[in-house]
Design a binder for this molecule. Structure first.
Ligand code: PMV
Length: 360
C-alpha cells in the first residue's frame, strides 16, 4: 500500500471543537531497529512484542483557530520543553492531516510507569498521540476505526518515533519491509499474530531496573551514528537473517532458537553502540551480572528463558507463561538484588491500544 492513500483533501476543516483520549502501550523489540534513512524509515525490519502494563494515556482537544498552536501537559504540569518534538512531528504529518494547521491543541499525557524508572520510551507516548490525532481526523472524515485507521495511525506514529509505529497493535508487530513478510512496509507496522505458535501467546517481560539514570546518549543520536557505521551493511544483512529465522521459530514454537536470536539482537544493539565512530556504552556492570545469572539458570534448568536489552542498562527477562512458577523464585533470589531499589516491573504481552471515554 502506498503512503498516498493516507493523504486527504485539504477541504477537510475543523469547524467545531473535537476531543478524544487514547491509551497506548510500550513495546519491546526482539529484532532491533537501529539506524534510519530520511524520513524516519528503518535500515532494517524490526519485530516487537507489545506490553500490557507500561502505558501512556493521552487526551487531545482541538478547537478551530487561524493558525496552529499546542499546549502540552505531562502528569498535570505544563511542559513547554516537549513542544519542539511535537512541532517537528506536526510538521511531518501536516500533509496527511492538513486541518492541524488551523487548530489550537491542548494535549494532556500521563504514564502508568514511574518517570524516574529509566524505561521512559517514546513508543507509548507517540503511539498514543498519533492514535488520538488519527481518531480526531477519523471523526472529521467519518472514517471507521478499521484496519486502515490503525495502519494510518501506525504511519503517523512512525513519523514521530520509529518504535511507536509498532505500539499501534497488540501482540506482535513488525515494521520495515522484508521479503519474507509480504504485508510488511517501511512506512508503517503490521500485526503478525496469526501464524504465531500458541507457545508464544502468553509471554512475560520482567523488566529489571538496573539503573534509573537518564540515558547518556539519545536514541536519535544513536540512529544517526549508524549512517557512517563501519558495520552498517553487515548489520543490515544480519538483521534480515535474524528477522526471517525469528519469524520461523515463532511459527514453529521453537523457544530455543527464539532465545538465541533475541539475545544475539540485544548484544548486537549494544555492540553497534560500542563500535560506532563516537563509541559509547549504555550498559551497567549489573546488566552483565544479570545476563550471566540468566544464562547460568537456563543452562542449569533447560528452561528457555532469555534476555533482551533496549537502548539502556535495564534487562528484559522474556519467558512463556508455562515456566512462570519455576522462573519466579529465580528472579526473587538471584535478580532482584541487582536492581536499583530492588525494583522489577512485571509486564506481559498486551492487547494493544484502546480509545477511552474519560479525559485525563
Ligand atoms: O523509536 P526510537 O527512535 O526511540 O528508537 C528505538 C530503538 C530501540 O528501542 C533501541 C530498538 C527498537 O526497535 O525499539
Amino acid at each position: 500500500m502506498m503512503k498516498e492513500i493516507f493523504l486527504h483533501s485539504a477541504d477537510v476543516q475543523l469547524t467545531k471543537p473535537l476531543a478524544t483520549s487514547w491509551l497506548a502501550p510500550s513495546n519491546i523489540a526482539f529484532i532491533k531497529y537501529w539506524g534510519k534513512k530520511e524520513v524516519q524509515l528503518p535500515v532494517n525490519a524490526s519485530l516487537s512484542m507489545t506490553l500490557q502494563n507500561a502505558l501512556t494515556t493521552t487526551s487531545l482537544q482541538a478547537v478551530p483557530a487561524d493558525k496552529r498552536s499546542v499546549s502540552f501537559f505531562f502528569e498535570g504540569s505544563e511542559r513547554p520543553d516537549f513542544l519542539s518534538k511535537i512541532e517537528t512531528f506536526f510538521q511531518r504529518i501536516s500533509n496527511y492531516i492538513p486541518w492541524i494547521n488551523n487548530a489550537a491543541f491542548t494535549i494532556k499525557s500521563s504514564n502508568s510507569f514511574p518517570h524516574s524508572a529509566g524505561i521512559a520510551s517514546s513508543a507509548s507516548a507517540m503511539a498514543a498521540l498519533a492514535l488520538a490525532l488519527a481518531d480526531a481526523d477519523a471523526q472529521l472524515t467519518g472514517q471507521p476505526l478499521d484496519d486502515t485507521f490503525y495502519r494510518k495511525a501506525s504511519f503517523l506514529a512512525r513519523l514521530a518515533s520509529g518504535s511507536a509505529a509498532r505500539s499501534v497493535y497488540g501482540g506482535y508487530a513488525a515494521w520495515g519491509s522484508h521479503a519474507h513478510l509480504s504485508s510488511s512496509s517501511d512506512e508503517y507496522a503490521v500485526a503478525i499474530n496469526e501464524a504465531v505458535h500458541p507457545r508464544f501467546k502468553q509471554m512475560h517481560d520482567d523488566i529489571l531496573l538496573i539503573n534509573k539514570q537518564p540515558k547518556a546518549i539519545s536514541s536519535s543520536a544513536g540512529h544517526q551514528l549508524m549512517q557512517q557505521h563501519p558495520f552498517l551493511q553487515g548489520r543490515i544483512s544480519q538483521a534480515n537473517k535474524n528477522f526471517e529465522r525469528l519469524c520461523y521459530a515463532m511459527t514453529q514454537g521453537d523457544l530455543d532458537v527464539f532465545a538465541e536470536i533475541v539475545e544475539n539482537e540485544a548484544f548486537t544493539l549494544h555492540a553497534l553502540m560500542m563500535s560506532s565512530e563516537k563509541s559509547f556504552s549504555l550498559l551497567h556492570p549489573n546488566t552483565l551480572l544479570a545476563i550471566h545469572e540468566i544464562r547460568a539458570f537456563r543452562k542449569q534448568t533447560g528452561i528457555p528463558l532469555c534476555f533482551t536489552l533496549d537502548a539502556g542498562p535495564n534487562v528484559h527477562l522474556i519467558y512463556p507463561e508455562m515456566y512462570y512458577d519455576k522462573v519466579k523464585p529465580f528472579v526473587t533470589e538471584s535478580l532482584t538484588r541487582l536492581c536499583t531499589g530492588e525494583t522489577i516491573l512485571y509486564d506481559n504481552i498486551g492487547k494493544g491500544p484502546r480509545k477511552i471515554e474519560k479525559e485525563i
